[in-house]
Write a protein that binds this ligand. Sequence first.
Ligand code: ADP
Ligand code: TYD
Length: 201
Amino acid sequence: MLITFEGIDGSGKSTQIELLRDKLKKNNQKVSVFREPGGTLVSEKVRELLLDQNHVIDPVTEALLFSSARSQLISEVVMPKLERQEIVILDRFYDSTIAYQGYGRGSMPIEKLQELSKIASHGLVPDITFYLKIDIDQSEKRRSNFTRDRMENSGVEFYRRVIKGFDKLAIQESRFVTIDASRSVKEIEKNIWNLVADQLK
Ligand code: ADP
Ligand code: TYD
């Protein structure tokens, strides 16, 4: 089973992923977590290129780099695990590319990015996608102590477009479950677990 988490930076994805991983383990499930971009030696190197504040990256290059990191992660580790019937949780997947590089940056038409995503993900589609929805103010508050990477320096208008993109995907894609991420960690955890437990049945 492939479970993905989406949402803007600071929406609480990593926090909820850790909690879900622990719960699945307690339920004797084999589960692995990977972050995008990242998860393999090559993909982590591409991540460094992408997030370094000193790099000026053209929007098309950016879309291709995120996709290249993804292709390596999926083929090298995710596919083999899914073939063994294990559970894989991804901290972001191609929906982030549609939202950030598509709606956010306008790097190329959405249909083209969807084609690119299909290639980069080797045709893999998540079974369920949790979209942690939060507004920009709240995400800023939660991230106030963190240093910003290159993507996070893109400005408020950029983030508004990214949220619009995720909202559109949530309407278009039936695998999307929109979670009100302004609630407490515990409430969200319960909400997510109920839905995953249903899928496991
Ligand atoms: P993401 O992985 O989406 O960037 P994180 O899980 O790292 O988000 O959360 C960002 C910050 O917000 C962290 O300091 C985390 O402890 C805090 N946080 C996460 N979920 C909540 C929540 N529901 N309410 C308040 N703070 C939260
Ligand atoms: P990361 O620290 O993993 O995200 P978060 O702050 O949510 O924990 O940083 C990854 C950054 O890359 C984040 O700003 C979102 C961005 N991103 C894209 O723009 N496109 C993509 O396809 C992916 C996977 C991430």
